[in-house]
Design a protein around this ligand. Structure first.
Ligand code: HEC
Length: 152
């Protein structure tokens, strides 16, 4: 029992200590209204519901995003999610980048995005097979409309 209490004490102390480690997500780039992606309303609704927390300037920070060590994971998701793809500044990307991203979206929507650990907590972000198909079809079509040279 005594060892248990000591271990518990250290654990709690450790948890308290790591609260001082702050992971800062850089301020997102300022976006003008015309910078945001445009898509049919049903597609937009899905993007906003299931992607915008990590891929836009409109992150809804949950309360636990301030509590270490969960904050490390959440903030890292948002930071790197925005770096890859930020729907709020979509129209600043050049044609080649848009085309590549549309293709990536069509691919990632099969299973990679939204990340499973995120959907585990955000049940309303879960996508039905129809939702996924809708995103895939839309992204594939948009990629084809762009005739820029492939960028890799
Ligand atoms: C919980 C945060 C989060 C959510 C929600 C999320 N993403 Fe991501 N996304 C990331 C992160 C982090 C990366 C960076 C690369 C990686 O980890 O694979 C990424 C990368 C991507 C990429 C580019 C690279 C790749 O691996 O294909 C695409 C495309 C993408 N996400 C699309 C989406 C779409 C579409 C949605 C909504 C249906 C979505 N994401 C929802 C966090 C998120």
């Amino acid at each position: 029992m005594k060892t248990f209490k000591i271990v518990l004490g250290w654990l709690l102390a450790g948890l308290l200590l790591i609260q001082f480690i702050r992971i800062d997500v850089p301020e997102p780039p300022k976006a003008k209204p015309g910078d945001e992606i445009q898509a049919p309303p049903k597609v937009m609704a899905i993007l906003k519901r299931s992607c915008y927390d990590c891929h836009s300037n409109h992150t809804r920070w949950p309360w636990y995003s301030n509590i270490a060590p969960i904050s490390f994971e959440v903030r890292d998701h948002v930071r790197s999610g925005r770096q890859w793809l930020n729907f709020s500044i979509w129209n600043r990307y050049d044609a080649a980048k848009k085309r590549k991203l549309y293709k990536d979206i069509a691919k990632s929507i099969d299973w990679k995005m939204p990340p499973p650990d995120y959907m585990w907590i955000h049940k309303n972000a879960r996508l039905s097979p129809e939702d996924r198909q809708r995103i895939k079809t839309w992204a594939d079509e948009e990629a084809q409309k762009i005739t820029a040279p492939e960028s890799r």
